[in-house]
Design a protein around this ligand. Structure first.
Ligand code: GLU
Length: 467
């Protein structure tokens, strides 16, 4: 087999990298690793009306954050640069013109008004809303002459009869009736290619061996196949992965779901855990293991085994997996991650001390401050009203002042003794103490927390309330 070269081709038309694109990127990346091939990132920025400023940068940054390092991309360059479609316009025009010359494409001068009217009529007659081929009838010379003066697009000349077929590595043979395929616009009047022309020209010129992308592109593929055939180019292998679905089977959507990579980052998910979670969409390890690294995945991955039916994207499962990853990390690594996440206004040393108390209790980095924020700042609010417990708290203060060896054990023992002395059930006693020290009804182990806070700080918190 020739060198395996795969690519993702995100469009900078959203906030950031879409989680569905992260999934596609993962499949491509793993496939490249498995086959010792190359993973390429190409930016498809030809839809100028939907371009979002800064999106390209954010997409590339997010890929880096995930560790899905590319071999060739717009920043890094590579043997087939540029990797940004807006910088390759001449190429697309050249091939569009070539298709016109060979009769496989034609100039179309229809105005938006005419197209609207055409569609309206088709809808009334319940016909498919595809271009009716009016301009196909214009003789070639006339069309060429008009193209010098009038606004035009170049359309693909799809045959009216027959079928177009391709074999999908994940789905087997797929066949489309040509009469239902639109005479797709290839080159727009602004001189930019549409996705369909851009993708074929670049995949060919960049020597892409396998086109691995999401299911939503299947219906575009027959048009691409025709373009390959008309230009006399061999087809790449196509593989359309499954679309991610919510537990209720609906597609992930911007309106309903957090879809941008930045959301996952801000929520404090670890990139490795997200990729592991995505890997489980439509694929499983031969031995059924659910937690594995990218390297382990690459060793075992077979594209043919990806299941085409939409797997369930379940955030609860991601939370669970992320928690597992956090538990598996070394204390020092988790400390670094947390400090990176919460920022340097929190003492890294103090974060380090708290790790043993929180590691088993948090699922995401963003769970850290809600659970452990009291180590850094004394509570402003208390989850239960402590005003009736002032005398108890002053008793506690007195007892704790006498603890000379400020260690969890001795603290705990002195508090047990006091609870017994005062005949207060442990659960109630410690709840009041917990809220007084941390502000919350749920906290990491209390005696250990007080040890970390230190005697002075603990006492000062107690006296603040018992005053
Ligand atoms: N630009 C398309 C996207 O945003 C690329 C589709 C493909 O991989 O062919 O996903």
């Amino acid at each position: 087999m020739n060198e395996v070269r795969v690519r993702i081709a995100p469009s900078p038309t959203g906030e950031d990298l879409h989680i569905g694109n992260v999934y596609t990127a993962l499949l491509n990346y793993i496939f490249a690793k498995k086959n010792k091939g190359k993973f390429i990132v190409r930016i498809e920025d030809t839809d100028r009306t939907r371009l979002v400023p800064g999106a390209e940068q954010r997409i590339l940054q997010s890929l880096k954050w995930f560790g899905l390092d590319s071999d060739e991309d717009p920043d890094k360059g590579g043997p087939y640069a540029p990797y940004r479609q807006s910088q390759r316009l001449d190429l697309y025009r050249q091939y569009a013109e070539k298709l016109v010359e060979t009769g496989h494409a034609y100039y179309s001068f229809c105005t938006p008004d005419r197209l609207d009217e055409m569609r309206k009529k088709q809808q009334e007659k319940k016909e498919p809303t595809i271009y009716d081929g009016l301009c196909k009838k214009i003789p070639k010379n006339e069309a060429l002459a008009r193209s010098k003066k009038e606004k035009y697009v170049i359309r693909l000349n799809v045959p009216d009869v027959g079928t177009t077929e391709f074999t999908d590595l994940v789905r087997g043979k797929i066949s489309f009736e040509n009469r239902l395929l639109d005479d797709q616009v290839l080159l727009k009047s602004d001189g930019y290619p549409t996705y369909h022309l851009g993708v074929v020209v670049d995949d060919y010129l960049m020597k892409i061996s396998h086109v691995i992308r999401a299911e939503e592109w299947i219906s575009s593929t027959p048009k691409h196949v025709l373009i390959y055939q008309y230009l006399g180019w061999p087809l790449p292998v196509f593989a359309h992965g499954p679309i991610l679905r919510n537990p209720d089977r609906s597609k992930l959507s911007k309106r309903k779901n957090p879809v941008w990579a930045s959301w996952y980052r801000k929520q404090g998910y670890l990139p490795e855990a997200i990729l592991n979670f995505l890997a489980l969409m439509g694929w499983s390890m031969p031995d059924g293991r659910e937690i594995f690294s990218l390297t382990e995945m690459a060793e075992n991955f077979r594209l043919e085994e990806v299941k085409p039916a939409g797997p369930t994207f379940n955030l609860e499962k991601l939370d669970w997996l992320n928690g597992e990853y956090m538990r598996k990390m070394s204390k020092a690594a988790l400390q670094t991650k947390i400090v990176e996440f919460i920022g340097d206004k929190y003492s890294s040393d103090l974060v380090g001390k708290t790790i043993p108390l929180v590691q088993e209790r948090i699922k995401k980095l963003s769970d850290y401050l809600p659970l452990a924020g009291f180590f850094f700042n004394s509570p402003k609010d208390y989850e239960i009203d402590l005003s009736k417990n002032r005398s108890l708290l002053s008793n506690i203060h007195q007892k704790l002042s006498a603890v000379s060896d400020w260690k969890a054990d001795s603290i705990g023992k002195s508090m047990q003794d006091l609870a017994q002395e005062l005949k207060i059930p442990n659960s109630k006693f410690f709840m009041i103490l917990r809220v007084a020290v941390t502000g919350k009804k749920i906290s990491p182990p209390l005696n250990e927390s007080m040890e970390i806070l230190g005697k002075d700080e603990t006492l000062s918190r107690l006296s603040q309330i018992s005053k």
